[in-house]
Design a binder for this molecule. Structure first.
Ligand code: FES
Length: 577
């Protein structure tokens, strides 16, 4: 941590508010116009509260009031809070995929901080893409920042049975299609599965990424496990606001926190949680913004030594509310502390080790001890082979164990429209040993790499009782999904990756223990198919989509824009205008 506390005249915002020039006079007069007293903003750290609230982001429905609670903390600590709304990237409502807009929000976050009189930031996020996007943008900007997580929603309920976000939606959708529940049952599930504000309460992408961010050291200790509707949550929001002011005086910048060791810690916790496969893409992108080149294989190396301790759906039994009562993330981190770099600095000025030292597990079925782990090695595996030369990902604990070593004939869908048109057809040549393959669902192919990777089981097999099959695509999968789904196949089909060359009936071998994904077709035949392959037309001719298409990287590189991933810092603007 920086030894020197900042002086008021050294604040970045002083350049806007403190000078004797005409511009500064204009900035002061406009702050006074908004009803602030001179003493409200003079010589005080200006904290930008980056708020991802919208009427179409139910996970952040409480962010209007939470922003006020963050502001309360900033005022209490002697700062000047300013709320800056940014795009509320909505997992549920935004199409074709929220992933298309992760980099948009990252750019917006970086630029809104750079262009305004801000000394530090509180990032308010939680729904899937908002967490990596906010952290990516704020890391590139480099000002002191702290993350304020939305918190998980309360447990779902249907006829006394607990329902988990996403996970139970897929489950009961399959039951409805198989004719085992009624339309009325299905409507009741719809009404009971999302009972409060807050993000998905399974160990989906939201809980995975907020947990990774706390482990990186970017939240107050214990913040991410608090349910959104618990009264501890607004108290945490105010404490976050208070701390943000001190971080500015201490000049505690992300570059001191986001080290390679901190990213190893984040990868470790993702495995111990059996977290979402999306974490691989997001952590690679976030690390890139901190100047750290994180390779896909690092996830696999760390996976070998990390037991899965969180008994949370979709890999386990419980929900995030149970996790909180069982001790929350700090308790889990303490249990795996020998596997962590305990000396990493965090936003409260203490080390990760200091923050977790006193945490205890209160329910060892929800948070397992290392001796009673759900699995002795990590929750995600990286596969390679001639079908995925740059890698692919699978979540073994979410799969039926018998399918983790499997050889079967491919049933190929050329894109998502083809899948939807034919998957339930009586004519589809498929049985339980088939391998379902979907092409053109990657970063460029879909576009935006949607969460289509949990390909539906064909209806005629569902009726026979089949609930899992090997499925392969260049798409992502919701962290709340389950099944033997091989995802993120790189390079994707749209750019001519080997996935584009698979034909119906080709044998495909999956061997998760050997980390292998092979297309059992001769090299000479593949060369012939490669020569005949024709690229599809790009999806966008203009606008943000065209920028995305020109600059997005493949899944193994984090799907960041190539011009944002690395590079020299952008200079601060001249304030004399
Ligand atoms: Fe927002 Fe799941 S829809 S976290």
């Amino acid at each position: 941590m920086s030894a020197n506390r900042k002086k008021p005249e050294e604040l970045r915002s002083h350049r806007w508010f403190g000078g004797g020039d005409l511009s500064s006079q204009g900035h002061r007069s406009r702050a006074l116009q908004m009803g602030y007293a001179r003493s409200d903003f003079t010589g005080k750290p200006v904290i930008g509260i980056i708020n991802t609230w919208s009427d179409l982001l139910p996970c952040h429905a409480h962010f209007r009031t939470r922003a006020e609670e963050v502001k309360r903390g900033v005022w209490q600590a002697g700062g000047f809070p300013v709320e800056l709304p940014v795009m509320a990237v909505s997992e549920t409502f935004q199409k074709p995929s929220s992933m298309l807009y992760r980099n948009f929000l990252a750019m917006e976050t970086e630029e809104i901080l750079r262009s305004h009189p801000v000394d530090g930031a509180v990032l308010m996020g939680g729904c899937d893409k908002t967490t990596p996007a906010l952290v990516m943008g704020a890391t590139s900007m480099g000002l002191p920042f702290i993350y304020m997580p939305a918190g998980p929603m309360l447990r779902g309920n249907w006829h006394g049975e607990q329902l988990g976000s996403g996970t139970d939606r897929w489950k009961y959708w399959a039951e409805l299609r198989a004719g085992r529940i009624t339309e009325d049952d299905w409507r009741e599930v719809e009404e009971g599965i999302a009972r409060s504000y807050g993000h998905c309460m399974t160990m989906g992408t939201a809980s995975t990424m907020t947990s990774a961010v706390e482990t990186l050291g970017l939240t107050l200790p214990g913040a991410v496990s608090i349910p959104a509707a618990d009264s501890s949550h607004p108290r945490m929001a105010s404490a976050t606001g208070r701390r943000s002011v001190e971080m500015v005086w201490e000049n505690l910048r992300p570059s001191e926190i986001l080290t390679p060791q901190a990213f190893d810690n984040a990868i470790t916790v993702v495995h111990a949680l059996s977290g979402s496969t999306n974490a691989l893409i997001h952590l690679i992108a976030m690390a890139g913004r901190a100047g750290i080149e994180l390779k896909l294989d690092r996830f696999d190396e760390i996976a070998q030594r990390v037991p899965v301790l969180a008994n949370l759906r979709p890999a386990g039994k419980y929900l995030m509310e149970d996790f909180y009562y069982a001790g929350g993330l700090r308790a889990l981190l303490n249990e795996i502390s020998p596997l962590l770099n305990a000396g990493c600095l965090t936003v409260n000025g203490k080390t990760l080790g200091e923050n977790i030292a006193a945490a205890k597990i209160h329910n060892t079925d929800v948070i397992r001890t290392r001796e009673k782990a759900l699995s002795q090695s990590g929750g995600l595996a990286v596969l390679r082979g001639n079908l995925a030369p740059d890698g692919a990902v699978i979540k073994p604990l979410a799969a039926e164990a018998r399918l983790l070593k499997h050889v079967g004939p491919a049933v190929v869908f050329t894109d998502y429209a083809d899948l939807r048109a034919r998957i339930d057809s009586d004519d589809l040549q498929v049985d339980e040993n088939s391998v379902l393959v979907m092409q053109n669902a990657g970063p460029l192919g879909a576009p935006g790499m949607p969460e289509w990777g949990q390909l539906p089981i064909p209806k005629k097999l569902l009726k026979k009782g089949v609930r899992d099959m090997v499925r392969i695509s260049d798409a992502r999968m919701s962290g709340t999904s389950y099944g033997t789904c091989v995802l993120h196949v790189s390079p994707e089909a749209f750019v001519g990756g080997p996935l584009a060359l698979v034909r119906d009936g080709d044998l495909i071998e999956l061997d998760v223990t050997a980390r292998k994904l092979e297309l059992k077709v001769s090299e000479s035949e593949l060369a012939k198919r490669r020569a005949a392959w024709k690229p599809r037309a790009p999806h966008y001719a203009r606008g943000y989509g065209a920028v995305f298409a020109q600059h997005v990287t493949q899944a193994d590189k984090g799907c960041d824009f190539d011009f944002l991933h690395h590079g020299a810092p952008t200079p601060d603007p001249d304030t004399h205008h």
